[in-house]
Design a binder for this molecule. Structure first.
Ligand code: SAM
Length: 335
């Protein structure tokens, strides 16, 4: 271990034990709210982290206190060397998990299990095949739906992420909750967030309060159970009594959870982001390739983390395009 101590603690007293690593900027879906309609400029392959570099950077974080690593993207499973990445990371003392659109996850059940991945988050924004095609610009609904059932059957802990948008899928909130009646999954409704090129508009977002209005209009108060949220949880968790699964709201816009934030993000081209909303990045990959220690770069990045949402501490600031347009689009951050 080096001389660097507490490099994962920021100036607001938050310790960062959770690293989200984006493995690729590529995706087999084209979700309109995630990827700009004219696509993204992909980094040349030589600018992306190799599996050895992913391991080396991840190990430094683990040596300094990271206990959870989530793999994301783009779509992490389209990366050809995903089995090797999983094998390498599985040698570290961390909880390894993955966020996927599940289109091809049926091919990876064994490799995920063999490497101790038990928790999988799957994105699914509509239970309606036509709407799914509209939002993802791809015809893969059945595969995703069947793969969610397959993952549950195979014993994985599955969370289903649905980004809600007004006039698009807000009329499916109750359908999604009813999806948890016989299926032990947690459906998480995500407030639509602003990123470069995603035409964000506060009026399109469905808030935590609005979700709960639908819930309260449909289920009687004695049926709605507020669950205990896990430490550092980004979601407010609920359950309908008697249902096998649960539901939650991730309210990054109306109710940010920055006080307990313990997350850092590493992009596929090796840039450290100290906050999802921050446009600032620190180049770990070039530092590593130059043969220098990445620890001081990590320390500086963590210490410069804003208290709230990359400095956008009010809803008014969040609505100013110039404050978030310098950020990447979500496809190249990883969610
Ligand atoms: N391909 C994987 C998937 O589909 O889950 C991982 C990457 S995706 C960028 C990670 C998560 O970010 C998904 O759950 C997606 O719905 C969410 N996401 C993307 N853009 C978003 C936005 N503008 N607001 C809220 N969530 C967003």
């Amino acid at each position: 271990m080096s001389d660097y101590k507490n490099i994962l603690q920021d100036t607001h007293g938050r310790d960062h034990a959770y690293l989200r690593i984006s493995l690729t900027e590529r995706c087999n879906l084209r979700c309109t709210y995630c990827m700009p309609s004219d696509g993204v400029q992909l980094s040349p392959k030589s600018h992306l982290m190799t599996y050895e570099e992913i391991y080396e950077i991840a190990k430094t974080f683990v040596d300094h206190g990271v206990t959870k690593i989530r793999l994301t993207g783009g779509e992490p499973l389209v990366r050809k060397d995903i089995p090797v990445i999983l094998e390498k990371l599985a040698t570290l003392p961390v909880e390894l998990s993955i966020t996927s659109n599940a289109v091809i996850i049926d091919r990876f059940i064994d490799v995920l299990k063999a490497n101790g991945v038990n928790k999988i988050n799957v994105s699914l924004d509509s239970l309606d095949e036509g709407k799914f095609k509209h939002i993802t610009r791809r015809h893969e609904f059945k595969k995703v739906y069947d793969n969610i059932l397959l993952l549950v059957k195979a014993g994985f802990t599955v969370k289903v992420n649905a980004v809600l948008m007004k006039g698009f899928n807000d009329n499916e909130i109750i359908d999604f909750i009813n999806f948890t009646k016989d299926l032990p999954v947690s459906v998480r409704f995500i407030e639509f967030m602003p990123f470069d090129g995603n035409k964000w508009d506060m009026n399109k977002m469905v808030s935590y309060a609005e979700v709960m209005t639908y819930v309260n209009e449909t289920f009687s108060a004695d049926k709605i159970e507020r669950l205990q949220d896990a430490p550092n949880d980004t979601s407010k968790n609920y359950k309908i009594k008697g249902y096998k699964g649960s539901f939650a709201i991730i309210s990054s816009v109306t109710n940010p959870f920055c006080d307990s934030c313990n997350r850092l993000r590493l992009t596929a081209n090796g840039q450290l982001k100290n906050c999802l909303f921050s446009s600032g990045e620190s180049d770990l990959l070039s530092t590593l390739r130059a043969g220098k220690s990445i620890e001081p770069v990590i320390q500086k990045a963590v210490r410069s983390k804003f208290k709230v949402r990359g400095g956008m501490d009010t809803l008014k600031k969040l609505q100013e395009p110039k404050l978030h347009n310098n950020n990447r689009s979500m496809i190249t951050i990883g969610g």
